[in-house]
Ligand binder design. Structure first.
Ligand code: MG
Length: 160
């Protein structure tokens, strides 16, 4: 491992009642979900942008435009697999990723381990290379009012 790149990603989705909630490839038990063209998995979207950022490949809006019917309601795991393919095709492997999810409710602790397992399987990494953290914003701002979810992601890739 002597050639490294890092990238960061950020995404926000609005919350509405009666939609499914997906985060980190896992369905969350909730009466609310994310407003989106895709399945709204804001954690995977931020992670995709972090990975794309490692190689200056633009962002997921460029690769999977929300004006395209092809990506309507898409399982975001499919987008992540496509991004991992782009990285591997160029001779790189995912080293580790770190994701922070800001969401007021529901509590995500029961889902974190499944998110790590799900993401590690797609990224081709060990589970201990996939960190998922969740925080509230102490009821402050739009996240705190339950109007939206923000996610930050960092990724490191390497080649031998
Ligand atoms: Mg998004």
């Amino acid at each position: 491992m002597n050639d490294f790149r890092i990238g960061n990603g950020f995404d926000v989705h609005a919350i509405a009642y009666g939609l499914p909630m997906f985060l980190g490839g896992v369905q969350i038990g909730s009466t609310t979900g994310f407003v989106a063209h895709s399945d709204g998995d804001v954690a995977i979207h931020a992670l995709c942008d972090a990975l794309l950022g490692c190689l200056a490949l633009g962002d997921i809006g460029k690769h999977f435009p929300d004006t395209s019917d092809e990506w309507k309601g898409v399982d975001s795991k499919k987008l992540l697999r496509a991004v991992v393919d782009m990285i591997q095709e160029r001779g790189w492997k995912v080293g580790n990723v770190d994701i922070t999810i800001a969401l007021q409710r529901p509590k995500l602790a029961p889902y974190i381990q499944r998110m790590r397992e799900t993401l590690a399987a797609i990224l081709g990494t060990a589970e201990d290379a996939v960190s998922v953290k969740a925080t509230t914003t102490e009821k402050l701002g739009f996240v705190g009012r339950g109007e939206g979810c923000e996610v930050w992601a960092t990724a490191l890739i390497y080649r031998d």
